[in-house]
Design a protein around this ligand. Structure first.
Ligand code: TA6
Length: 307
């Protein structure tokens, strides 16, 4: 049973952090401090928006057609892909990108930091359905630290007696001016699996640019990426640790229309032309083995600066 907004406010509300339920029954945390504002849906520990106070436009994109319903992933924000990335290796009936983003998480902590940032900690609540897909004794915790920057820590603790192997990603959608005019720096020379070209393995030459659907898993890269956005006149830095894969994705027209929850493809309409996914992951060659009794953390830190 997920906590109600009222019980959460009684237990965890602090200056700059409160909880509310929306019409669909999903519960959200609203954060507003001197450095920035953010919203996080407790289902999936899914950060849906983040805007530093010095940015006119949000840095994290949320679809104007995002759907909010129990068990449904929200289009946009920073979805948590875990304990696998992409389709399940053997079970086609299991959800793509794992179950973490569509199950309830429990708030286990909230505090106002001396830095002025707001920190919220959540724990994935295992249930019969998740155990049926992942019968290993595993703890998954997410900590979001919100201010002028956004830090997300995703920690997997292996409580089992044997090693576990996980795939994971913070599948973050970044708000940009126009997909046809941005560049993603940091992946030059990296090997990638091109999912738009039958999974062919290629090497990135120069900055990543998009003139059509792009769906690439860059492997063996711990590099910081930078989204250079001439329209919004800013750079967005995607720094990471505990992650050796980076995914760059834009659905472009056909896939966006097929998915149905991206919004219009015309400029300045808030749709798919105004987002790009730069996902900090451990996927394909970089799935992570977590020894029994040990923990692994994937961390991202996002920031925006003027061009
Ligand atoms: O990360 C890119 C990707 O794997 C694409 O292939 C596409 O499936 C995207 O994730 C979105 O997946 P979703 O399940 O959120 O619709």
């Amino acid at each position: 049973m997920s906590d109600t907004a009222q019980t959460l406010n009684e237990r965890f509300a602090i200056p700059g952090l409160s909880f509310r339920a929306d019409a669909s029954g999903l519960v959200f945390a609203d954060i507003d401090n001197a450095g920035g504002t953010a919203t996080l849906c407790l289902q999936g520990a899914h950060l849906t928006t983040w805007r530093p106070k010095d940015q006119a436009e949000p840095v994290v994109w949320l679809s104007p057609l995002a759907k909010y319903a129990p068990g449904k992933s929200i289009r946009g924000g920073a979805p948590v892909c875990w304990p696998w990335f992409g389709p399940h290796a053997t079970e086609s009936g299991f959800p793509g990108h794992g179950f973490a983003r569509t199950v309830d998480w429990k708030v286990i902590g909230a505090k106002a930091l001396d830095s002025g940032e707001t920190q919220i900690r959540l724990l994935l609540a295992q249930n019969d359905a998740t155990r049926a897909q992942w019968p290993r004794a595993t703890r998954l915790e997410l900590t979001a630290t919100v201010g002028k920057t956004l830090r997300i820590d995703l920690t997997t603790t292996n409580l089992d007696t044997e090693d576990i192997v996980i795939g994971e990603a913070l599948h973050t959608y970044f708000h940009i001016g126009d997909i046809g005019r941005i560049q993603v720096l940091g992946l030059e020379g990296s090997e990638f699996v091109d999912k738009v070209d039958g999974g062919a393995r290629k090497t990135q030459a120069g900055p990543v640019t998009c003139a059509g659907e792009v769906d690439r898993v860059y492997v063996n890269t711990a590099a910081e990426c930078v989204i250079v956005d001439p329209d919004l006149k800013r750079r967005v830095r995607v720094a990471k640790s505990g992650s050796n894969s980076t995914v760059v994705w834009t659905p472009w027209t056909e896939k966006a229309e097929k998915m149905g929850d991206f919004g219009p493809g015309r400029a300045n309409q808030g749709g798919w032309r105004e987002m790009v996914c730069v996902e900090s992951a451990n996927a394909l060659d970089n799935v992570v083995s977590v020894p029994a009794g040990e923990a692994h953390t994937l961390t991202v830190v996002y920031s925006a600066e003027a061009l």
